[in-house]
Design a protein around this ligand. Sequence first.
Ligand SMILES: Cc1cc2nc3c(=O)[nH]c(=O)nc-3n(C[C@H](O)[C@H](O)[C@H](O)COP(=O)(O)OP(=O)(O)OC[C@H]3O[C@@H](n4cnc5c(N)ncnc54)[C@H](O)[C@@H]3O)c2cc1C
Length: 467
Amino acid sequence: MGPRSSSPVSPRHAVVCGSSMAGLLTAGLLARHFERVTLVERDGLVDSSQPRKGVPQGPHTHVLLQRGLDIATSIFPGLQEELRSAGAQVMDMSADCAWHVAGAWRKRIPSGVTLYSQTRPLLEWRVRAMVRALPNVRILDRREVAGLLHDETGTRVTGLRLRAPGGTEEMPLAADLVVDASGRGSRMPDWLEDLGLSRVEETRMQIDVGYATRLYRTPTGFDAGWKMLMLSPELPRLRRFGAILPIEGNRWTVTLCGWLKDYPPTDDAGFLAYARALAQPHLYEALKNAEPLGPISSHRLPHSQWRHYERLPRMPEGLIVVGDAFCSFNPIYGQGMTSAALQVELLGECLRKGLGGLSRRYFARAGRVLKMPWAMSTTEDLRLPELGDSRPFGSAFLHWYGERFQRLTATDAEAVQTFMEVMHMLKPPEAILSPRLLWKVLTGRSEGTEPPPGPEPLSARLSSRAA
Ligand SMILES: Cc1cc2nc3c(=O)[nH]c(=O)nc-3n(C[C@H](O)[C@H](O)[C@H](O)COP(=O)(O)OP(=O)(O)OC[C@H]3O[C@@H](n4cnc5c(N)ncnc54)[C@H](O)[C@@H]3O)c2cc1C
């Protein structure tokens, strides 16, 4: 058994461990329900847009899906204006994006699905500024959570044990509610075992994904007919992805990514060579004469992981887990921050009935919230035969259908619109199986006949201009 809380529980005090996106959204929500909220963060936090040690994925392209942005905006009204004035680029996910997928360029339509594009540190910094402005939230940085405080029976969590990073002296912090938002490396499974609970089950999918990201100055007068470029893989044949997104400061964030240890190199020549081997030449063409700004950052993620807290026979009361600490996805599908936002939204719904029984209510529903994004990303990853022989029932049909559906998006506006809304979690994945879309996929009939030609490679545009 770990130590017990010696100080009396302070009334209406919530403590959040970890001040990355999941922790910040949680603190913003809890500020409406608790007298006081304390956000505990191991890193030192500065008042600027900078990558930091505790968020090593920070230098990489981060897409905040519209559902996540909507939830974040409901917690922090004014967030979108805040991001725009900090330089975020606002785009229509379809009309502004040249996207090559399943062997064709997706049809581009005004979809109304909006992407705010900025660096991850900028997003976190502006949300953190909004948290700091809340009068009842205190951010305690340079403090590490070392474990839980709990009651005599171990059935209720009553706070956290804190220490300075690297230090040994511990300080108790009492709370009515503790939220773990400490990311993939969360030690909660160990702490729950210390409380006498069984080990939380974990589902892992070995993906061995590697990222390499570099910032570039947007070339003066650049006009290739797109603001954002996405070159999707064609799993299992082509296992590489590349994207260019415009961000604050008249820059591009350029990310290359590969599955199963097909890691993109981090030297200049290797990075360009990898870009050249993508499904289309457009990304390479755009990069080869662009000015890089700084080094190439890399990140490797061996597996997606879902810690099934929802399956534990009991969770202690007064304890919630959100974000990557609960479920951490293959980042390529851009779901992490939005899934965290969905969990925070669920927490808000569960809090409407008060604190009594909160953990039970939350974990009873959290599994269903995670199921949808987990199924969307793992279904795609399971196209790789190396991931083993066993597949969930229906996978073969979903792979067959999914590929044909993606091809349909080359010519059919309804398919494009539905895809964008599903991807951005505004509609459930079943929407792509509506009777009309099913009919179009099965019969091969769509609104258009010929797929759009797609953007010309830059070299072709330049030579035709010169001629
Ligand atoms: C390469 C890459 C690209 C990604 N791209 C996208 C994307 O495009 N879109 C998207 O939505 N998501 C993306 N993600 C996922 C996204 O980064 C996370 O889902 C998101 O940051 C939410 O995570 P989190 O807040 O739960 O945890 P984290 O971001 O991991 O943050 C955990 C926080 O807890 C702190 N902490 C940890 N332990 C302690 C402790 N003991 N005491 C105190 N503090 C502690 C850390 O310092 C950190 O601040 C990507 C991830 C990777 C790896």
